[in-house]
Write a protein that binds this ligand. Structure first.
Ligand SMILES: Cc1cc2nc3c(=O)[nH]c(=O)nc-3n(C[C@H](O)[C@H](O)[C@H](O)COP(=O)(O)OP(=O)(O)OC[C@H]3O[C@@H](n4cnc5c(N)ncnc54)[C@H](O)[C@@H]3O)c2cc1C
Length: 313
């Protein structure tokens, strides 16, 4: 392992932090140290890093805002790669035949940055995602959406680096995005995406965003660290309503709690561990299955050795 890490240290333009706790990089504020956190400072440095990781067979994970993951408490032998320095471009690249404006966003930019770029220019299409704490890469990987729309609605193409290290472009028309899934080639890294956005008065966009954020503040437990919805909504039902009807609203294991405000959210009330959270997830799965015969599907991604398939009784 030491030799492998030395190979990483020899790379130019890559910021490395050894034994970095993931709690600093996840919105649950949970997660023990990973072998190494790597931040390439350019695309060339990213390609060099990924090539080295594959050559040395070092397991790695791309992490965005860390807002949809549960990381293990224990030390984890993985290299976590962040893209906010290497894939940070934001550019309007002209209007197409239908008068729409083409905008390119690097995978490491946040939705907040993309919105701040689009709103003053009067470009609409992304504002439906106001308040989702995501990078463009993470939002695409998860096909993030809200009641107002989805990241795929105005998507034109995704730029990726495949598992062999080849760069390519996947057109929206060749993709069938699903509920919190984007069918991309396995192990590819999203580098960025092109969107086709329509014109709209900036004032109107600001109003829409404020309406969305106000609704979020009213209905979501934003005071505590969390990862948003824990379960996908089963067809025709709301996961939160099922968890609530199973009597679990406010239920607590350690410092992990099923939110009193929204039962599909688990919040970290202080020093919750990943173990507390996973036990709470399993408790909700078991109670909902026992009460209603419905198998809840997890929306949050459970990382590392914590992963267990749902143990339903
Ligand atoms: C307060 C709060 C509110 C939320 N509200 C919503 C909501 O309304 N709608 C919604 O859909 N979600 C919501 N979420 C969940 C979360 O924000 C989304 O799933 C978001 O898309 C995750 O983006 P991220 O950058 O944080 O990805 P991460 O959580 O860092 O990663 C998620 C997955 O994407 C992969 N990934 C990330 N970037 C790349 C890349 N460049 N290439 C390849 N793989 C990549 C990671 O490896 C990981 O498997 C919410 C979360 C919180 C905390």
């Amino acid at each position: 392992m030491h030799e492998k890490l030395s190979a990483l240290e020899a790379l130019a333009d890559v910021e490395l932090r050894k034994d970095e706790p993931l709690a600093r990089h996840t919105t649950f504020r949970v997660g023990g140290p990973v072998r190494c956190l790597a931040r390439p400072r350019s695309q060339e440095a990213l390609f060099g890093l990924l090539g080295t990781l594959r050559q040395w067979e070092l397991p790695f994970l791309i992490l965005g805002e860390g807002s949809n993951v549960l990381a293990p408490d224990e030390p984890w032998n993985v290299v976590v790669v962040q893209l906010h320095l290497a894939c940070k471009d934001l550019a309007a690249t002209g209007r197409n035949d239908s008068g729409r404006c083409a905008v390119f966003a690097g995978a490491g930019t946040t939705l907040r940055e993309l919105l701040s770029y689009c709103v003053p220019k009067g470009l609409q299409g992304i504002e439906c995602l106001a308040g989702v704490p995501a990078t463009v890469g993470g939002a695409l990987f998860m096909n993030a959406s809200t009641a107002w729309g989805s990241i795929s609605d105005h998507l034109a193409y995704i730029e990726v680096l495949d598992a062999r290290g080849d760069k390519g472009m996947i057109l929206r028309r060749d993709l069938r995005p699903g509920y919190r899934t984007m069918p991309l080639p396995q192990n590819c890294v999203i580098l960025g995406a092109g969107f086709e956005l329509e014109s709209c008065a900036p004032e109107l966009l600001k109003e829409r965003i404020e309406t969305i954020l106000e609704k979020r503040r009213r209905t979501q437990p934003l005071r505590y660290p969390c990862a948003g919805s824990v379960f996908k909504n089963p067809e025709g039902q709301f996961a939160g309503a099922l968890v609530e009807k199973a009597g679990l609203k406010g239920y607590r294991i350690g410092d992990a709690q099923i939110s009193e405000k929204h039962a599909n959210w688990i919040v970290n009330r202080g020093k919750a561990t990943a173990r507390d959270i996973i036990e709470l997830v399993e408790k909700a799965e078991n109670e909902v299955y026992g009460t209603f015969g419905v198998r809840l599907e997890r929306e949050i991604r459970i990382l590392g050795q914590l992963y267990r398939s749902p143990a339903l009784c």
